[in-house]
Design a protein around this ligand. Structure first.
Ligand code: SF4
Length: 375
């Protein structure tokens, strides 16, 4: 299935397709697997940071589709008034998204989303019993509050995506989750196998057959009723189709999307939001600059010179020359390499095994199991 020659994706693009913004470091929950180091403190983004980012983003949005993703912490913990002020400098062509734990969503927030055209993505791990690790700061289950937020979205007719973390893949789970999300009413679903990153140091080494089986079962569940855009499965099928059509080399972008994350204080970390807020004796604070002193466009134009980014690009080339899954994966995420391997120029991680290699293997396993006898 793996195409052998991949000429695309060399270096980093100077223009992203979206920017991640951190309106506050605070989160009102304290999920057990969370990677965020400052989630107990409320460091809010000043308006000057949003104005500086918008000065670069507005011209980009005038020529290409462009999104700002308000992430956190919990972005709604910044409050409607502050979030409205942060949104104000962005022009009408910019699309806004929030990634939220949904616990603060009520009628007033729904009116706010509608007024500002904000697309909502909810973090929820499945039915009540699967959300035991999504807890309040006092350690109490957050599930009822998450569902109340989702109910408000549905009452207001606001479409939403869902993002689920799977910590223990096991037989039956994929079907249970897919059926749950059909009932929940989301129109897009992303599934992350838990990752070892940030302050979450739990191992993500998983049994290979269990993970492959999880993805294979998820394809089967989705094919029975493909009403939800299932992010990982659609990527995989698109890649499989391109390999069969001989066009796999066209799937990866020509250059890596820099995906800048702008922290509450204006510092910019490219490629991996999970690196924001960390420091390392070798790599410093991972930032490529600060929008309060340098325009974002200029920071991104020079991002390839950030020392750890150069090391990461070496790792991407190592993946290109050694890994049969490169055409699908494109070399993985910087943060996973750093938090698993302690550096950026390694190749395989547990994350890429769980979320790229075994994903593709699971799709192929499903295809083999459902092969027509006449084929
Ligand atoms: S990150 Fe992993 S799956 Fe992706 S190309 Fe590198 S070794 Fe292959």
């Amino acid at each position: 299935m793996a195409a052998r020659t991949h000429t695309g994706m060399r270096g980093i693009s100077a223009v992203p397709s979206y920017v991640v913004m951190q309106p506050t470091t605070l989160c009102n929950l304290d999920c057990v697997y969370c990677y965020l180091p400052l989630r107990a403190v409320d460091r809010r983004m000043p308006l000057t940071v949003a104005e500086a980012v918008a000065a670069s983003v507005n011209p980009w949005a005038a020529s290409e589709r462009f999104s700002v993703v308000w992430h956190g912490g919990e972005p709604l913990a910044a409050g409607r008034e502050h979030l409205a002020a942060l949104l104000a400098p962005f022009g009408p062509a910019v699309e806004h998204h929030v990634q939220t734990n949904a616990t603060l969503i009520d009628d007033a927030w729904c009116a706010f989303f509608a007024e500002h055209g904000i697309r909502v993505s909810v973090s929820v791990d499945g039915p009540r019993a699967r959300n035991g690790e999504r807890v309040t700061r006092g350690g109490r289950p957050a599930y009822d509050r998450i569902l109340a937020g989702v109910a408000a979205l549905r009452r207001h007719g606001l479409p939403f995506s869902a993002l689920a973390v799977v910590s223990r893949p096991e037989p039956g789970l994929a079907t249970e989750l897919y059926d749950y999300f059909l009932d929940l009413g989301c129109d897009v679903l992303g599934i992350n196998i838990e990752e070892t990153e940030g302050v979450n140091t739990r191992t993500n080494a998983r049994d290979a057959a269990a993970v492959t089986g999880f993805w294979a079962e998820l394809v089967a569940a989705w094919r029975r009723d493909p009403r939800i855009h299932l992010r990982e499965i659609e990527w995989s099928l698109r890649y499989a189709g391109a390999v069969l059509a001989g066009t796999a080399d066209d799937l990866l972008p020509r250059r890596l999307d820099p995906i800048p994350t702008v922290s509450h204080d204006g510092s910019v970390v490219v490629l991996s939001p999970e690196l924001a807020g960390f420091t390392d004796p070798r790599y410093g604070d991972f930032s490529s600059g600060n929008v309060l002193t340098t325009p974002l466009a200029e920071i991104l134009a020079g991002a390839g010179r950030t020392p750890w980014v150069g090391e990461f690009l070496t790792g991407v080339e190592a993946c290109r020359s050694s890994c049969p899954y490169f055409g699908f994966c494109g070399g993985g995420h910087a943060a996973n390499r750093y938090f698993e391997l302690g550096r950026f120029d390694g190749t395989e991680t547990e994350h890429c095994r769980n979320s790229k290699i075994r994903l593709l293997e699971g799709v192929l396993e499903h295809a083999r199991d459902h092969e027509s006898p006449a084929a």
